[in-house]
Design a protein around this ligand. Structure first.
Ligand SMILES: Cc1cc2nc3c(=O)[nH]c(=O)nc-3n(C[C@H](O)[C@H](O)[C@H](O)COP(=O)(O)OP(=O)(O)OC[C@H]3O[C@@H](n4cnc5c(N)ncnc54)[C@H](O)[C@@H]3O)c2cc1C
Length: 498
């Protein structure tokens, strides 16, 4: 059961286009895209612009959510450098072609990293990571996955702020980014030093906190895919130690369903009271289907950047009856591997977000009941569901503000990012209507606490996340400045509301 639960959590030219298995018609948009693809291939070459073949297929089918693997774009661009992205984006812009960008592929929002009748830009050939000791910065190309970045930098004792599972990619930064170091350093994107960004027109700009593109720089900390294509991330290095330095203490505890009430209380208390920057938890309640039976089993990952788990912070969780526990001194890489890599494919995936202040236990209990009922309602269609809480402590918000802030701009005080994950039955490609109805009902039952921003990387595509940002007006203004023709919102899928 442990494996099953962790698994859930982590869990040529015209003929190519005509051969699409799911396309409804060979429409005008596809014809235009094919023309642009042919021109692009002539200028960039057939390694970079592909219409078919093994690499094309691997790119088209790479996405983590099965719902995002069905499209067969007329061509896929595999850039080796920013210039290739510029050339592709300029062609897309001038020819009014639909498009999508894919880095790690882990978006659970259908259509956000894939396209049927347009051009996919896929970063599998841009995976370099380097450390500069003089400036103490790390430079990441957009195609690297966090696990690879950590592995390559580990001998140097440094790491970028990323996520908590190895297979996830750099798209995480554009949505904010929650790591086991967030309490100390803020959202992962608050570690930006400099970004190279290809704007919708194909123009390449370098943005940092003080130059003429400082507004763009801020917007890319939570603005997701709406503000341009990032081709280089330069971020502050964090000195976490090497793989043999066990600078963290913690691990994973699994609990039976009978412990759920105590866990809900402990989670609400943690969110309300803990403000120690070195502490972090991810509390994930999981329901998996065993035949027609729903099995509840709950996972806590808990870490302290130090040599033990302070009882005043973790005591309540440690006293709750558990079924499995693996706790001890660990390296930063160990911590990021504790839930597996998250690479497993083959399931349609959906997310949904809420955000709760600490302390109001009833809000947490209500969410648990609503989620339990939700799983019951949709059990014939799912492998399992998750209700997860990531505390975002006041110190995390302050650390972010000290480093230039972001447009999510949470209010002062602790809160929890709440995530609902729904993993469909393996291989199922269409979302049954009754599941969508149940999801809509669930989201209405677990509204965010007033004033809190939703976390865009874990939202449902229908949620108006930008409107929940503290500096939404500034986000809109910045968008209007960099994309006055609204090309991005008209020609690629992504967050709504700009
Ligand atoms: C198993 C799992 C575990 C997760 N754990 C965490 C976690 O610990 N912390 C956390 O914060 N989040 C976590 N997430 C959520 C994660 O942050 C998002 O799914 C994120 O969008 C993934 O980025 P990606 O590059 O892998 O995905 P992609 O789908 O490739 O990209 C995500 C979005 O960003 C866009 N994009 C990607 N690269 C670029 C670029 N260079 N320029 C412009 N747009 C771009 C894509 O078009 C897409 O819309 C997790 C998700 C999963 C599935």
């Amino acid at each position: 059961m442990r494996l099953r639960t962790v698994f859930l959590l982590a869990a040529g030219l015209a003929s190519a286009a005509l051969g699409q298995t799911n396309s409804t018609s060979f429409n005008l948009a596809t014809q235009n895209a094919l023309r642009a693809c042919t021109l692009l291939q002539n200028s960039l070459g057939s390694d970079i612009v592909q219409f078919s073949g093994a690499e094309y297929l691997a790119g088209a089918e790479n996405a983590w959510s099965l719902f995002n693997t069905e499209n067969r774009p007329p061509c896929i661009v595999f850039p080796r450098n920013a210039t290739h992205v510029q050339v592709a984006m300029a062609a897309i812009f001038h020819n009014k072609i639909r498009y999508a960008v894919q880095a790690g592929g882990h978006s659970a929002m259908t259509g956000w990293n894939t396209v049927a009748d347009g051009i996919l830009i896929f970063f599998s050939h841009m995976q370099n990571v380097t450390y500069d000791a003089v400036s103490d910065t790390i430079t990441l190309q957009p195609g690297i996955h966090w696990g690879d970045a950590l592995q390559q930098l580990s001998p140097l004792g440094v790491a970028p702020l990323g996520g908590r599972l190895g297979d996830i990619g750099t798209g995480l930064l554009l949505g904010g980014g929650l790591s086991y170091l967030a309490g100390e350093f803020g959202f992962s994107s608050n570690s930006y030093v400099e970004l190279d960004v290809v704007l919708v027109t194909g123009q390449l700009v370098t943005a940092n906190a003080t130059n003429q593109y400082a507004d763009l720089f801020r917007a890319l900390k939570g603005g997701a895919n709406r503000f341009g294509i990032v081709t280089r991330y330069k971020v502050q290095a964090v000195h976490v130690g090497t793989e043999s330095d066990k600078n963290f203490f913690g691990g994973l505890i699994m609990y039976p369903n009978s412990s759920s009430e105590a866990l809900i209380n402990a989670t609400a208390n943690y969110v309300q009271t803990v403000n120690d920057t070195k502490a972090s938890i991810l509390m994930a309640f999981t329901n998996t289907l065993n035949g027609t039976e729903i099995v509840g089993s709950h996972i806590l990952t808990l870490f302290y950047h130090g040599s033990s788990l302070p009882p005043s912070i973790f005591g309540e969780f440690l006293s709750i009856p558990s079924t499995f526990s693996e706790i001890g001194p660990v390296s930063y890489i160990d911590a990021n591997s504790i839930l597996g890599s998250g690479a497993t494919r083959g399931f349609g995936q959906l997310f949904g977000a809420s955000a709760f202040k600490g302390g109001a236990v009833a809000q947490y209990t209500n969410a648990f009941s609503a989620w339990t009922q939700y799983t019951q309602t949709i059990k014939s269609a799912v492998f399992g569901t998750v209700l997860a809480f990531t505390p975002i402590i006041d110190a995390q918000t302050l650390a972010g503000q000290a480093n230039g802030g972001n447009l999510m701009d949470p209010p002062r005080g602790n809160y929890a990012a709440v995530q609902i994950q729904s993993q469909m039955t393996m291989g199922v490609l269409t979302l049954p209507a009754f599941v969508q109805t149940a999801r809509t009902k669930l989201f209405s039952q677990i509204p965010r606490s007033p004033g809190l921003p939703l976390y865009i990387n874990e939202c449902d595509a229908g949620q108006d996340v930008f409107a929940t940002y503290g500096r939404f007006a500034e986000l809109r203004q910045t968008y209007a400045k960099y994309d006055p023709l609204r090309f991005n919102v008209r020609f690629t899928q992504g967050p709504i509301g700009l």
